[in-house]
Design a protein around this ligand. Structure first.
Ligand SMILES: NC(=O)c1ccc[n+]([C@@H]2O[C@H](COP(=O)([O-])OP(=O)(O)OC[C@H]3O[C@@H](n4cnc5c(N)ncnc54)[C@H](O)[C@@H]3O)[C@@H](O)[C@H]2O)c1
Length: 337
């Protein structure tokens, strides 16, 4: 398939969960995609068919980036919060150091459009919900701090060298898109963990704290379907590319930061109950004490993404998100049998 406006993109981290779904959307829209991934946490099989694949590090992006690229979508990072607490240097070296090299390679190649995966973890524990982009950033772990440092780095790059950039601050990404879904190892995200219980690969799910000031006492999070998230990336490119959506355009020199979430919170108990309903399996729970740094409620305001990118999430229904993730988890289980 080709479109009138076929573009060529470098997708760093395109063998991982979110990057592979976005790469698949770009290909379906008729664009050319090169995935650059060192497979440190990603999987070769995750790279969508039709993408060129380079097994390599963003630290060496200058070897491959050239002026034929219209833009870069930058997903490559380490993203395990717990690991970042015990091994923070790994996060600074890869997430921040790696992006320094990537930005230099983009500068040298004259590639002036960037979409970056930022995170709700940049806000830390805000005392106001829904969370807007103008709230103070105060990450509570080195992972969040490293992503915030990259956001600052990108702002400087825009101001000094005319990059047009969009940072998308994802809340809890969930669900699957066809053959692409979550397969983090170790898994730390709630929905795939509860699905592992449904599959009998884990005995029970730990519920960390049931005395929060929320309707059922458990933490509330904003789950966004990975396909909704992917659509936001295509809109962000459209806004930031020269000749893109002129009315909402992100001009060279501008760094637009947008939250991506549904604006709807679901509690840990609601997620577990939804998994019970979708899978038909009982899900034993273990009551565990609160974890430090877990705020009661994290819900996004995505008004800015709606206004500036024209984005609308259309898959906000938790049962649908869980059903897609379950289909993916079951397909993987059958493959491995
Ligand atoms: N999944 C979420 O809920 C979530 C939420 C907020 C932000 N994010 C951000 O989205 C991005 C993607 O997350 P994900 O869940 O898909 O993680 P993932 O681990 O599945 O994907 C990251 C990919 O980057 C690759 N990578 C890491 N360092 C690299 C390097 N130096 N050079 C080349 N490739 C490298 C890995 O091999 C992997 O394929 C990350 O930047 C993460 O911080 C994710």
């Amino acid at each position: 398939m080709s479109t009138a406006q076929q573009r060529k993109y470098l997708v760093t981290g395109g063998a991982g969960y979110v990057g592979s779904v976005v790469a698949a959307h770009l290909l379906e829209a008729g664009h050319r995609v090169t995935v650059l991934d060192d497979l440190s946490t990603g999987h070769r099989a995750g790279v969508p068919r039709g993408a060129e694949f380079i097994e390599g590090r963003i630290q060496d992006a200058a070897k491959w980036l050239d002026p034929s690229y219209d833009g870069v979508l930058h997903f490559a990072a380490f993203s395990q919060v717990g690991e970042s607490v015990v091994n923070p240097e790994k996060y600074w070296v890869n997430n921040v150091g790696g992006t320094t090299e990537l930005l230099a390679a983009m500068r040298d190649a004259g590639v002036r459009t960037l979409v970056f995966s930022s995170t709700a973890a940049t806000y830390g524990e805000p005392d106001q919900v829904p969370i807007t982009e103008d709230l103070p950033t105060a990450p509570t772990n080195p992972y969040g701090a490293s992503k915030l440092a990259v956001d600052h780095m990108i702002s400087g790059e825009c101001a000094a060298h005319g990059l047009a950039a969009v940072s998308l601050r994802y809340f809890n990404v969930a669900g699957a898109y066809g053959a692409h879904g979550e397969r983090h190892d170790p898994e730390s995200h709630l929905i795939p963990l509860v699905l592992q219980v449904a599959q009998g690969r884990r005995e029970a799910i730990s519920v960390y704290g049931d005395d929060y000031p929320t309707p059922d006492g458990t933490c509330v999070r904003d789950y966004i379907h990975v396909a909704d998230l992917a659509e936001a990336h295509l809109l962000a490119l459209d806004a930031a590319l020269p000749g893109g959506a002129a009315d909402r355009g992100v001009r060279p020199g501008e760094h637009l930061i947008c939250n991506l979430g549904n604006g709807n919170g679901f509690s840990v108990r609601e997620v577990i109950e939804t998994v019970r309903q979708v899978t038909g399996h009982p899900i034993p729970e273990i009551a565990a004490p609160r974890r430090g740094g877990d705020p009661a409620v994290l819900v996004a305001s995505a008004e800015r993404a709606k206004e500036r990118l024209g984005w609308r999430p259309t898959r906000a229904d938790l049962a649908g998100i869980v059903a897609d993730a379950w289909k993916f988890a079951e397909a993987r289980r059958r493959e491995s049998e």
